[in-house]
Design a protein around this ligand. Structure first.
Ligand code: NAD
Length: 481
């Protein structure tokens, strides 16, 4: 079993506590790594290293920062296989998904921001005939970057890449449940020639390491992706210190299917939206609303497609559904299925632990893709984030009802609409309260677009110029003629 360490000032570093905890492979429930049980002393060392590295890194020409970040992207590509295997073993996700989505996207994040910084421009404002104003955008200093377990390297690098491209230094924290690829990234950064201290990675539990980063007075900027309850704690820790905070939080995303939709597209994509990564993607469409006239046909075909999904060993190329992240998370998912049963929901498929999994995965945290109908629209199962392979299907009568149902949660991260009527698509896109609306697609990502949520799905936007603006401090200079 491997032992990983923090990555501080360009070096692997044991935790001050000397304590390690086990990280489990969710597909087998067996420990596969020892992870540093970090605390505020490790965070302090990482912040100090990041502070020391900041003057030089922030003054390094953008072209040179870009060159190093591009090199990191190339090395991620070169290490695709070991990184994908580590991600799959840590998160329980199908190896094929880690190979095709998680790791390539981590490389793409570095490539995207390495080149974006070369084109980043600031504004100028001519004030009549009196003066010219121009805006300087300087890096903000030490950034705290905290990521969840569902897309571990993908989401951590979505923060690291823009922070470093802008000339900041970073203290990054992966989820304690999925630390492996972050620890491999430290080695990649060194091989790419990233100066010591520019990127520091501290492992450990959220309430120790995450909380210490969020509350650290010399970490001016926090970018967090994770649950809404944790987001509220980070906002509360940052508020009295006036930190700049970006929060990407939970979702309970609607998928709306009109009767005129191209069902040959709508059904497989709605299925993907429901169950990709075992439903453990913040963007997953876990509430499906279908126009009444198409409802029986949609339900029949969707359930048949869900039944055909293969649950199994994440290492098997034929596997569609891997394991959930932990025993505790599976219990949470199960509790919502139980609640659905109590509320009169009909479980059309799934609803339990699979009985047939390969011997190696006998004790893994698997759960069947589950489709539930006949639930009242205000019940908890339709309003709260489950974050697992559980979807509800509900009929609607008309556009007004579809909009009301879509907006009936406290979340507002993403929505997808399926219709042949593009005017209707535009109309609904205006009225649905969420940060992203996909029309006739799902999770079609362009890294330039603003990404983030409304309501309890978060504050601020990531992606493209939004990220470059977030990780810089605008300063206006007014020069009188
Ligand atoms: P989580 O909030 O439990 O943990 C996220 C990270 O925060 C982890 O690194 C954790 O160690 C750390 N953390 C925990 N407590 C902390 C504290 N008190 N202070 C500082 N850091 C702390 O979330 P999770 O279970 O890892 O991830 C699942 C959640 O993430 C879901 O709600 C999902 O919707 C959300 N998510 C959102 C997006 C998005 O872009 N909006 C993307 C992926 C996941």
């Amino acid at each position: 079993m491997q032992r990983i360490n923090h990555f501080i000032n360009g070096q692997p570093k044991a935790p001050e506590s000397s304590a390690y905890f086990d990280s489990l492979d969710p597909a087998t429930s067996r420990p596969h790594a020892h992870v540093p049980d970090g605390d505020e002393r490790d965070v302090e060392a990482a912040v100090a290293a990041a502070e020391r590295a900041f003057p030089s890194w922030s003054q390094t020409p953008a072209a040179e920062r870009s060159r190093i970040l591009l090199k990191i992207a190339d090395l991620i590509d070169a290490d695709l296989e070991p990184l994908a295997r580590a991600e799959s073993a840590d998160a329980g996700k199908p190896l094929g998904l880690a190979r095709s989505l998680d790791i390539p996207r981590a490389a793409a994040n570095f490539r995207f921001f390495a080149t974006a910084i070369l084109h980043f421009a600031s504004e100028a404002h001519a004030t009549d005939d009196q003066a010219i104003n121009y805006t300087l955008r300087d890096p903000r200093g030490v950034c705290g970057l905290i990521a969840p377990w569902n897309l571990p390297l993908y989401l951590l690098t979505w923060k690291i890449a823009p922070a470093l491209a802008c000339g900041n230094t970073a203290v990054a924290k992966p989820s304690e449940l999925t630390p492996l690829t972050a620890s491999m990234l430290g080695d990649i950064a060194t091989r790419a020639g990233l100066p010591p201290g520019v990127l520091n990675i501290v492992h450990g539990l959220g309430h120790k390491v995450g909380a210490a980063i969020a509350a650290h007075p010399r970490v001016s900027t926090i970018s967090f992706t994770g649950g809404t309850i944790t987001g509220a704690k980070i906002a509360a820790a940052g508020a009295p210190l006036f930190k700049k905070v970006s929060l990407e939080l939970g979702g309970k995303n609607p998928t709306i299917v009109f009767a005129d939709a191209d069902m040959a597209q709508a059904i497989p994509n709605t299925l993907r939206a429901a169950f990709a990564n075992q439903g453990e993607i913040c963007l997953c469409g876990s509430r499906i609303f279908v126009e009444k006239s198409a409802y029986p046909r949609f339900v029949e075909q969707f359930v048949a497609a869900a039944k055909a999904l293969r649950i199994g060993d994440p290492l098997d190329p034929a596997t569609d559904q891997g394991a959930l992240i932990s025993a505790q998370h599976r219990e949470k998912v199960e509790s919502y299925v139980e609640l659905a049963r109590k509320d009169g929901g009909k479980i059309l498929t799934g609803g339990g632990r699979p009985t047939k999994v390969p011997e190696r995965c006998r004790d893994g945290f698997f759960f069947e893709p589950t489709v539930i109908t006949d639930l009242p629209s205000n019940c908890r199962v339709l309003r709260e984030e489950i974050f697992g392979p559980v979807v509800t299907i509900t009929p609607f009568a008309d556009e007004a009802e579809a909009i009301a149902l879509a907006n009936s949660t406290d979340y507002g991260l993403a929505a997808s609409l399926w219709t042949a009527d593009l005017s209707r698509g535009h109309r609904l896109a205006r009225r649905i309260h969420s940060g992203t609306i996909w029309v006739n697609c799902w999770m079609l990502r362009d890294l330039r677009v603003p990404f983030g949520g409304m309501k309890q799905s978060g504050v601020g936007r990531e992606g493209g110029l939004e990220a470059l603006r977030f990780f810089t401090e605008p300063k206006n200079v007014c020069v009188k003629y």
